[in-house]
Design a protein around this ligand. Sequence first.
Ligand SMILES: Cc1cc2nc3c(=O)[nH]c(=O)nc-3n(C[C@H](O)[C@H](O)[C@H](O)COP(=O)(O)O)c2cc1C
Length: 352
Amino acid sequence: MSHAIIESQQIRIGSRVMPSHYFLAPLAGYTHLAFRSALRELGGLGLATTDLVQATTLLSGNRKALELIATSPDDRPLSIQIFSGWRDKLVLAAQWLEDQGYEGVDINMGCPMAKVTGQGGGARLMCDTENARRTVADVVDSVSIPVTVKMRLGWDRDNLTAPLLAREFEQVGTTAMTIHGRTRAQGFHGSVDLDGIAATVAAVDAIPVIGNGDVRTVEDALRMRKVTGCAAVAIGRGALLDPWIFRKLEDHRQGKAIRQPTAREQIDFLVRHFLLMTEQHDDYACVLFRKFAGWYGAKLGIPEDLEDRLRRFESVEEFLEIVEQIRERHGTRQTELATALIKVPNGPVERW
Ligand SMILES: Cc1cc2nc3c(=O)[nH]c(=O)nc-3n(C[C@H](O)[C@H](O)[C@H](O)COP(=O)(O)O)c2cc1C
């Protein structure tokens, strides 16, 4: 299929028409409301999905769970990602989300972490086709908003169940599927298997399959679509590394020269990200922002003393004062690749 043909097709998920073919993949701890909103302001982003939320914590009104699903009118299109090993909890959580006015539910079948798989959720669901099919069918039947699934290629390379599951899920009414092109056993190691994603694309009749994994540049995204035939691409770590990747892909779609962000735009993004965090968390945003200090420091080449202050500031005023210095002194330090600062679990996957 030629690139031009792919671009001419709009993607629908349920009744929602996606504004772009490039989506934000959830990264727990990073892709919160403020980050999504700041990204959307840059342009080119299609569907975003929240960090995974445990169905039971949502149903019990847990404060942290409610923070994870916080959204705003501009934060559209959005899906809420839920996980559980208990089918009835997923059903109840999906119904509750629909009652609250959310427009899409995504079921997590990809998480490799023991705290999720140990209770039968996340990637563990991929191990039992009948249970997975019934789980998805029950959620689809219990709500009228679109239900999607995000999964891996399978549990391990001897159990590549994604194509089979994708077909089953389509038959029971799933409206789209995201495939991270690794197995659970791979964790985040090795490279993404584009052929594995292509096999899943080939297995479904009509619903969009969203390819995911290791897309860091415009070229990576185009290659993912070309090689796999996927309808859309979900970008996770690549969006942290380069929040402008969606705007760049939109520039490309329009046949324009791809714009690189200026240093000023990058610093403005940092400021916007933080100020949007304060809208949700007030002064506590100063604490929450700390985990981004190293990442912005590396991206902007911020001298160590300023990066250190970004980890310790206690008020908006202090933040703005640090930013003034960043505007003067950015680019003065050689830094490691910022992507290395996005933590993925370490060690053998069996111990995660
Ligand atoms: C820190 C981190 C947190 C993640 N959290 C989630 C999550 O909450 N839900 C989910 O489905 N996938 C999660 N993922 C997986 C990503 O959505 C994505 O599938 C994976 O990182 C590969 O895509 P990427 O190379 O574009 O990041 C997470 C990945 C990382 C590194």
